[in-house]
Ligand binder design. Structure first.
Ligand code: ADP
Length: 464
């Protein structure tokens, strides 16, 4: 995998423009390197050419000056049919090697002129003004045509090398750009296609340090949110189905009883009066059950639909609780229930719908009485905190198992042992209490740290 050399910290965010700038810089440096490499290769080849070329234009003259024609001939390994002559200013050979002209031979001016002009034929002349001599070198292998051929070939090689190197650099650059831009876009496209097919659990699994990385994060968050909404909708749909099932179930028993006993009364005209009254009692109690259930259901749905539409009035919460508790004292005394109420004397103002809030608190206190054990005690404490009134209702009854802490406030949820008990509750009391408290901007929680019964903590915002 090609890694961009400037990506030092893989977690550091970098903008696309900065990333592209670095990529271009990288491309520029690579191209520069290719250019330098091509020049170096060219220079090296030219050097090598002259080095291996017997007619190395500078060195052979120096060799002739230093060692004479014979030694220079050997050093520079001139081909056999080559020769070296040293002429004086009168064009007379004063030294030579391998030449057919002996020392003393004088070139006619016209011939010399022709030689001087025939450089391309392998003749090369060097004039030394210092010594007033002319060095004539004949090398059959050396000609201008050959030189041109060599440079032409070198030029083609260098051009090919340059083109191939540039192509390679461009491939590397394309890979780099693809890593920065094309690959994340392709991943985004794949992810978005899957998401648009309805699979919101899919996550685009690609880390990108530029803006595309933010886009990927946003798309992932968006699909997570949509999935969450779908889950919620499915859950609420399940709840709705369960609610209908629970309502039907809870209405079925009293209605069946009412129907059964009414029919018996209707058909069996000869029934004894006592039995008739017993049947009528059963009909009345089942009618009450059905009626309570329907009333509670109505109240709950009214509460959940009205939300903030219910008008609330300012009232002293301490006084309000005291008034409720006074009403309970005879019942608590009659049932030998110990009680301990801790209500502050000072005013704690709360915006409330007294009737509804009373119903919410009554549900909790009534439950404490309903689900009591022997020697039950009931404690109620009201606290005034910074911006909330906190009411704690605590009993030493049978308690609610820990796992019901959240669901106990859902409609028709009852703990196992109470479901079959003869408490006669509708299973909607806590759900109604929670809805009412919610309308007051407050909350109700079951304190799971309390193990000796039930402890409900209600908190309601203060108005001033
Ligand atoms: P119900 O009409 O059944 O009382 P609620 O919504 O008022 O309906 O209460 C739901 C269930 O919570 C009850 O059936 C009971 O099992 C449990 N519960 C509520 N309050 C208490 C309590 N103080 N002690 C023990 N169990 C309780």
């Amino acid at each position: 995998m090609i890694r961009f050399p400037f990506n030092i910290n893989p977690f550091k965010k970098i903008s696309i423009s900065a990333q592209l700038f670095l990529n271009y810089l990288f491309l520029f440096i690579l191209l520069l390197l290719v250019l330098v490499l091509t020049s170096v290769i060219g220079a090296y080849n030219i050097g090598k050419h002259y080095e291996s070329n017997e007619m190395g234009p500078f060195s052979i003259n120096e060799s002739i000056d230093s060692y004479g024609p014979k030694k220079a001939f050997e050093i520079h390994k001139l081909p056999e049919d080559s020769y070296i002559e040293v002429l004086d200013s009168k064009l007379t050979v004063i030294d030579q090697y391998n030449s057919s002209h002996n020392i003393g031979y004088t070139y006619p001016q016209s011939i010399f002129n022709r030689l001087a002009l025939n450089y391309s034929e392998g003749y090369e002349l060097h004039y030394s003004t210092e010594k007033d001599t002319i060095t004539l070198i004949f090398n059959n292998n050396y000609s201008e045509a050959k030189e041109i051929k060599f440079f032409k070939r070198l030029y083609i090689y260098l051009l090919l090398f340059f083109i191939i190197s540039v192509l390679l650099v461009l491939i590397i650059y394309a890979k780099l750009t693809s890593k920065t831009l094309v690959r994340p876009i392709r991943k985004i496209l794949e992810g978005v296609t899957t998401i648009s097919d309805g699979d919101y659990r899919t996550k685009i699994d690609y880390k990108s340090r530029n803006e595309l990385g933010y886009l990927i994060e946003s798309i992932n968050q968006m699909s997570e949110k949509i999935q969450h909404e779908i889950d919620l909708r499915e859950k609420s749909e399940d709840n709705r189905r369960k609610l209908i099932l629970d309502i039907s179930h809870d209405l079925k028993t009293p209605l069946t009883n009412i129907l059964g006993y009414s029919e018996t009364l209707h058909h069996a005209k000869e029934l004894e009066k006592d039995l008739k009254n017993e049947y009528l009692d059963i009909i009345i109690s089942n009618s009450k059950k059905a009626n309570n259930l329907i009333q509670d259901l109505f109240e709950l749905s009214h509460m959940e639909n009205s939300n903030s539409d219910i008008p609330l009035a300012n009232r002293d919460f301490s006084e309000f609780i005291r008034e409720i508790l006074v009403g309970y004292i005879p019942e608590l005394d009659d049932n030998n229930i110990d009680y301990d109420f801790d209500i502050p004397d000072r005013e704690i103002n709360v915006k409330m719908d007294s009737q509804k809030l009373e119903r919410a608190i009554n549900n909790i206190i009534n439950n404490s009485i309903k689900y009591r054990e022997k020697n039950m005690s009931l404690k109620l404490k009201l606290e005034d905190t910074n911006n909330k009134a906190i009411l704690t209702i605590e009993d030493s009854g049978i308690g609610i198992p820990y796992e019901f802490a959240e669901s106990i406030f859902d409609p028709f949820v009852r703990t196992d042992n109470s479901r079959n008990s003869k408490t006669g509750g509708t299973g909607l009391g806590l759900a109604i209490s929670k809805s009412i408290i919610k309308i007051h901007g407050g909350s109700i929680k079951l304190d799971t740290s309390y193990r000796d019964g039930c402890r409900f903590v209600i908190s309601i915002p203060k108005s001033s």
